[in-house]
Design a protein around this ligand. Sequence first.
Ligand SMILES: [Zn+2]
Length: 271
Amino acid sequence: MKLPARRAHGFFLSVLLGAALFSGCATGPQLLPESFLENMAVSQFAQMKQEMPVSQNPVHVEQVERIGARLAAAVAEEMPDMEWEFVVFDDPSINAFAMPGGKVGVFSGLIELSESDDELAVVIGHEIAHVQQRHANQRLSAELIRMGLGVAVAYGATRQDQVDPNLVMAAYGLGTQVGVMLPFGRHHEYEADYKGLLIMARAGYDPYAAVTFWEKMEAASDRGSVPEYLSTHPAPGNRIARLKAAIPEALREQEHAEAQAFLRERGLVEE
Ligand SMILES: [Zn+2]
């Protein structure tokens, strides 16, 4: 694809400026329209369901759907356009992932490691937080900038009505896998832990489960069965300390949510 260089450059600068103005230091630039990533995620998720065994275990499926629905409800106000989908993949890996648009995959190995809805809500909450914070967009944007491709891809993505996103990504050598599945950096992982803890607490789950869950992950990694999930995530010991420190705030968030629900029940606040 040929690009009118000057126009693309102007667009790129304004995107960068916009990102710098509005994102602060906590987040990276988001070069791509979120809908662009969502479209990619939808087709990639559909492909994964074709290629990987989807679990037929009714206990696992029901558990993940039950928890997913509660967590999705806890973020519904701030993320009204998500089309959440929670799928269990029959795979012994200790792993889970989430994609833009609300496509969440949980591997049965992870369900077997966790021993309660609360513990599983820790991981699914963490994954939902990645979507909530648009980490995929930041991660991909940073990668595109590093590769010097920010201009071209940002330009292509604004014309998504005319361009197949898969073609755009392929044209820049990224492949469609990369966009939504790039491993996150440490900063994004800690942020997803923290925001995920608030989400699961708001949904009515016990935030202390974050500590027991990550202790199990640590034990699994000490046994040498290095969980998949850890290969892209910070060491459990570090995150446990941070999660412990955030528990009081998560509990306050939970009390507030419970009070709101009670007031709604009594017709004392607007729906
Ligand atoms: Zn993560």
